[in-house]
Design a protein around this ligand. Structure first.
Ligand code: GDP
Length: 422
């Protein structure tokens, strides 16, 4: 890929089975991002099995397999490029922990494509993901009404689904005037790379063209270095090597750094990326590095590395806005689920419910509510049960959001409003 193009992190959101993975495969296929040998191999396999001309399905299988084998340091991101941008698909559509990954994943999305199947229309996860996207600060959506082939490419059905989606977007105050609604078939390829003959009534642009015309993402903040640690290795000849992805700021060999909340630090000796030593690492870089005097047992996954003179914030308590997505009963003060923020997982107590917020208007509905439940939004005060490094999302959005997990599912998501430091 050419390096000069601006980068876009794209999330693909929507209800299970509405076609997210198929769409990612289709986008990669149409932009020539699937290596030729992979296509060739599958073409042969397909022909052997008497399914010639069906390479696309085989590409899909292969992508699914690749995802399963994702490595820790090189998270298997799917990438494709258009004339204007290099796109990276963040998260793993169809993944069991998709919602959690959307928040704690390697990178935050600049924009999102909402996939809604034309036959089903708006479904529970459509709603959930739209709420989430809003809470996490995505403010522009491209809506792909998928599986148009299943509804005979009918304009009336497309209009119905668009109306349903618009209602939903209005509820969470997404600006719908500028949103693009595109009828597509990810499976057949209609209106993805090129306008389809099947839908002559559609007078908009194809999906790839729309993605190509997205606004340039906000320039990276001038936030200080923040590098959440994913793992800590011991490598012979080098020593202790923490690895992770730089979320904000830069790291140079020779910098004095601090790991929080472990509260240790030292001078960066070497930085390595893709098995090569580098002098400077920037946001988006997956790096391994070595710090003088910091041993394997001094630091752990969930620590955040930052400059020694502007170290990552460690919270005594923090206030956050959350959206409750699913919970079998009600949430009251004292609730202590596990919070997932960047690479950290820490039990935190919801110490007080401060305000209940109307998700559709953003207005305060109730001060000091006794409880909140699925579908509610609220401002809450949280006390981590173990030291946790987290930042106000206004200052460092990349380190300011979290998912709340309980009983094997994501029950809520939120972003940090302010932090009382330890
Ligand atoms: P995900 O769970 O949202 O990632 O959905 P998948 O991409 O796994 O798709 C779910 C099912 O819908 C699969 O069987 C796909 O082959 C099928 N599918 C996806 N897109 C289309 C489409 O445009 N048309 C048709 N007919 N089927 C589709």
């Amino acid at each position: 890929m050419t390096q000069e193009k601006p980068h876009q992190n794209l999330a693909i959101i929507g209800h299970v089975d509405h076609g997210k993975s198929t769409l990612v495969g289709r986008l990669m296929f149409e932009t020539g991002s699937v290596p030729e040998h992979v296509i060739e191999q599958h073409r042969e396999e397909a022909e052997e099995k008497g399914k010639g001309g069906f390479e696309f399905a085989y590409v899909m299988d292969n992508l699914a397999e690749e995802r399963e084998r994702g490595l820790t340091i090189d998270i298997a991101h799917q990438e494709f490029e258009t004339d204007e941008y290099d796109f990276t698909i963040v998260d793993t559509p169809g993944h069991r922990d998709f919602v959690k990954n959307m928040i704690t994943g390697a990178s935050q999305a600049d924009h999102a494509v909402l996939v809604v199947a034309a036959d089903d229309g708006v479904a529970p996860q459509t709603q959930e993901h739209v709420f989430l996207a809003r809470t996490l600060g995505i403010d522009e959506l491209v809506v792909a009404v998928n599986k148009m082939d299943v509804v005979e490419y009918e304009e009336t059905r497309f209009r119905e689904v668009v109306a349903e989606v618009k209602d939903l977007l209005d509820q969470v105050r997404f600006a719908t005037e500028d949103a693009s609604f595109i009828p597509i078939s990810a499976f057949e390829g209609d209106n993805v790379a090129e306008l389809s003959d099947e839908m002559p009534w559609y007078d908009g642009r194809a999906l790839l063209e729309t993605l190509n015309d997205l606004p340039v993402p906000e320039p990276p903040t001038d936030a200080p270095l923040r590098l959440p640690i994913q793992d800590v290795y011991t490598i012979s000849g080098i020593g202790t090597v923490p690895v992770g992805r730089i979320e904000t700021g830069q790291m140079r060999a020779g910098d004095e750094v601090s790991f929080q909340p472990s509260d240790v630090g030292g001078e960066v000796k070497t930085i390595e990326m893709h098995h090569e030593e580098i002098d400077l690492a920037e946001p988006g870089d997956n790096v391994g590095f070595n710090v003088r005097g910091v041993g394997k047992d001094d630091i752990r996954r969930g620590d955040v590395c930052g400059p020694a003179d502007d170290p990552p914030t460690v919270a005594e308590t923090f206030q956050a806005q959350i959206v409750v997505m699913q919970h079998p009963s009600v949430i009251t003060a004292g609730y202590t689920p596990v919070f997932h923020a960047h690479t950290a997982q820490v039990a935190c107590t919801v110490e007080s419910l401060d305000q209940k917020i109307d998700p559709s208007s953003g207005e305060v509905q109730e001060e000091d509510p006794d409880f909140i439940q699925a579908g509610d939004a609220a401002v809450v005060t949280v006390r981590p049960q173990k030291p946790l490094s987290i930042e106000p999302s206004e200052e460092i959005p990349e380190l300011g959001s979290f998912a709340i997990r309980d009983m094997g599912q994501t029950v809520a998501a939120g972003r940090v409003l302010n932090v009382s430091e330890k």
